[in-house]
Write a protein that binds this ligand. Structure first.
Ligand SMILES: Nc1ncnc2c1ncn2[C@@H]1O[C@H](COP(=O)(O)OP(=O)(O)O)[C@@H](O)[C@H]1O
Ligand SMILES: [Mg+2]
Length: 417
């Protein structure tokens, strides 16, 4: 018996019972790096593809203890060090009484540092915190080593570059400590495209200490497995067809898949594993999509605006013309020629090169990677099916608001089915 929130977890790392193993290659490199003494790990890739979940579950399988520091833009590297220290300190306070020599040696220092940190003024805004002199990277390495723990710096990309640079110095110190504490490890996670964006460093020989692991968006088989696990655990049938549609809408993002499945459960008011198997209907699904849209309408609007923005005095909004033309096609997309024909229905002299330029821009980061072009067929398609549905609604309606969600949900199904 499981509750729906234990099974579908859009807001947190999936637990071991719903965790889906990632591609063999990703898995193997990560596990090898976690097992290799003295190796540190950089886990990167697009946002919300399952980096935190992957590290969380692999560490559960391999490590006895870990320290998680979740970074945010207001933090300095010093703050991160202090957080790690504070999380480790109770371990020493607890174990010191057991009389392990090494631990009790550290114990006094840990207490001293704790006291110093505790006495720091908390009144008013502290400009930038300073470390107590004894709380060095070498000291932290010792603490981690004695505790048999590793240190995870999650969302490390959120720290400012100058603070991220400090990690290189810490890695240098940890290299020294590796002889005494071979299992000590730093695992750095961030939503960036390359490891060097995550950990900027001038010293190339440090690079060799870091295993670089890219977590790509989920492939449909992985998304399908999340749903199949959910079906089994909750005694429900989502079914091949709806699973396929959800997988398509999720567009590589497991969180969306969890959210849509959770919404299916909400639609039928279930809380936990059912005594008798229930098969979700199309009606349930429309309700699930509608609810999902309620919470993502603002983001859709922002994505659309980013794709279509134009200077206020532009005569024609070129990107919008391209987006609206494509919105009329099915999700398999359309070629440059197809799109030009549509645009020329209203603008008979519209230039082919203009359209080419717009399509190219819509493929770029600057316009949110709105479109992808299939090199083999030359067809352009929307990257996100939801944006496709949203744009299609806008071709028939001036605006899409909360009242139009029912129609938008139907448009989604029309495009996908
Ligand atoms: N391997 C997996 N198996 C099942 N669900 C997953 C898996 N990886 C991620 N998820 C789900 O996807 C969502 C995003 O995962 P998360 O680990 O937070 O991504 P990231 O750290 O890359 O932003 C969460 O809802 C999580 O439960
Ligand atoms: Mg994360």
């Amino acid at each position: 018996m499981r509750t729906i929130h234990e099974v579908f977890t859009p807001g947190q790392a999936a637990r071991e019972w719903t965790f889906v193993e990632r591609a063999e290659e990703t898995n193997r490199i990560l596990v090898h790096a976690l097992r290799t003494p003295g190796k540190h790990v950089a886990v990167f890739g697009p946002s919300r593809t399952g980096k935190t979940t992957l590290v969380f579950n692999k560490l559960r399988q391999l490590y006895e203890r870990e320290i998680w520091t979740v970074c945010d833009p207001s933090m300095s590297f010093t703050d991160a060090l202090i957080e790690a220290f504070n999380e480790l300190a109770p371990f020493y306070t607890k174990t010191a009484t057991r009389g392990s020599k090494a631990v009790s040696g550290l114990h006094a220092d840990v207490l001293g540092i704790s006291a110093e940190l505790g006495s720091e003024s908390t009144a008013g805004l502290v400009e930038e915190r300073v470390l107590p002199p004894k709380l060095t990277a070498a000291f932290l390495a010792r603490m981690l080593g004695e505790a048999g723990s590793c240190w995870i710096l999650d969302d490390f990309h959120k720290l400012q570059a100058r603070h991220r640079q400090a990690l290189a110095d810490v890695l240098r110190v940890f290299r020294q400590a590796a002889n005494d504490y071979p299992a000590v490890k730093i695992i750095c996670i961030g939503a960036v495209h390359t490891a060097s964006e995550l950990i900027p460093m001038r010293d190339d020989d440090l690079r060799g200490l870091i295993a670089e692991i890219r977590v790509p968006p989920m492939i449909p088989r992985e998304l399908d497995e999340i749903m199949q696990k959910g079906e089994q655990m909750l005694n429900v049938v989502i079914g091949d067809r709806l699973r396929q549609i959800i997988s398509y809408l999720a567009n590589g993002q497991p969180g969306v898949c969890h959210q849509l499945c959770l919404n299916l459960c909400f639609a039928v008011d279930m809380e936990q594993t059912l005594p008798e198997t229930y098969t979700f209907t199309d009606e349930d699904f429309r309700e699930a999509v509608r609810e999902w849209l309620t919470t993502s309408l603002d983001r859709l609007r922002a994505d659309y605006d980013r794709a279509c923005r134009a200077s206020p005095n532009a005569k024609l909004h070129h990107q919008r013309l391209a987006v609206h033309a494509l919105a009329r096609f099915p999700h398999s997309g359309a070629t440059h020629g197809d799109l030009l024909a549509v645009i020329r229905e209203e603008h008979p002299t519209y230039r082919s090169t203009r359209l080419r330029d717009s399509l190219k821009q819509l493929e770029s980061e600057n316009r949110g990677y709105t479109l992808v072009c299939d090199g083999a067929t030359g067809r352009y398609a929307f990257t996100a099916p939801m944006l496709h549905a949203y744009a299609r609604q806008l071709t028939v309606n001036e605006a899409v608001g909360i009242d139009d969600l029912q129609r938008l949900a139907l448009t989604v199904l029309e495009i996908v089915d």
